[in-house]
Ligand binder design. Structure first.
Ligand SMILES: Nc1ncnc2c1ncn2[C@@H]1O[C@H](COP(=O)(O)OP(=O)(O)OP(=O)(O)O)[C@@H](O)[C@H]1O
Ligand SMILES: [Mg+2]
Length: 270
């Protein structure tokens, strides 16, 4: 990919951890800030991200409002992985010189498209639910002491792609694990998972950023293709609650923690 767009990849080789939800909230945050974004759905068979943005486009027409949008692309995996990866490369070649960010939403399992995306990531975001089931995907943890015994499958995948990337262009990835659907209630579990992540982060090479709590507002606007950011600032008639305000703050904290390139920096660099 000719260098210019910053590639954000949302990945985890585990289903249902909040990849698509995280991807769409990051994309909408960016486009609402006037950033030029390409969104690539690499889980096009399921099509959550594609569907979300087609819902958004429909809502804009139905309500006669302008909703900022990314450029959208999707790759459907076929039984010809070489053709699939060529298709993704062509999309990246098209987006990279014109846009500031390319955000790729990966499927919840390993496949050649997901591998390629991980290889191109400048920022890799891995959402996980706050449980030892999800942690198991990152590391094998001693059940008595919670000591980290060894990295697990997904951590190995990221490691391999990091090495390949280093060989290809000496680039490096900022890998960020975020805890999604954090519960306000389960303080003990939250602390234990947090402790293990702390032990794990230097060994495996990621950092931990604040994630999103479990909130209805993160899922109830899907059919309209909206986020809380859209409905809090317009006259859509949605009553703004304390939960919305807290959610907006969480999302801002997440965006800040990503340390993405600022507009001036990028335009100076390009
Ligand atoms: N912070 C949250 N609060 C409430 N619900 C959430 C949150 N994050 C995700 N969800 C819900 O959890 C489910 C799984 O989320 P999502 O589809 O984003 O995960 P995914 O990792 O993309 O899944 P897949 O691996 O199947 O692609 C969805 O029903 C989504 O609406
Ligand atoms: Mg998904």
């Amino acid at each position: 990919m000719s260098q210019s767009a910053h590639a954000i990849v949302v990945g985890n080789e585990k289903g249902g951890t909040g990849k698509s939800t995280t991807a769409m909230h990051i994309i909408v945050s960016l486009v609402r800030d006037g950033r030029r974004v390409g969104a690539i759905d690499l889980d096009a068979r399921q099509g959550t991200l594609s569907r979300y943005f087609s819902n958004r486009a429909r809502t804009a027409v139905r309500r006669g409002v302008r909703l900022p949008m990314p450029e959208i692309a999707a790759v459907q995996p076929t039984d010809n992985p070489d053709a699939d990866t060529r298709k993704l490369m062509a999309i990246l070649e098209n987006f990279a010189p014109r846009l500031e960010f390319v955000v790729m939403d990966c499927p919840g399992h390993d496949n050649p498209l997901s591998r390629l995306a991980h290889n191109f990531a400048d920022t890799l975001i891995t959402p996980m639910n706050d449980s030892f089931v999800d942690l198991d995907n990152l590391a094998d943890v001693d059940p008595e002491t919670f000591e980290v015994l060894k990295p697990s499958r997904y951590a190995e995948t990221v490691w391999e792609e990091r090495k390949r990337r280093m060989l290809r262009d000496r680039g490096s990835v900022d890998w960020i694990v975020i805890r999604n659907r954090l519960s306000q209630l389960d303080a003990r579990n939250k602390r234990r998972v947090g402790d293990v992540l702390e032990k794990l982060k230097d060994r495996i090479g990621f950092r931990v950023a604040p994630g999103l709590s479990e909130r209805v507002i993160y899922r109830e606007l899907f059919l309209d293709g909206l986020t809380l950011l859209d409905v809090m600032d317009d006259d859509s008639g949605v009553e703004v609650s304390m939960s919305h305000i807290a959610a907006r703050q969480e999302l801002r904290d997440l965006m800040d923690a990503l340390h993405l390139p600022a507009p001036e920096t990028r335009s100076e660099a390009s």
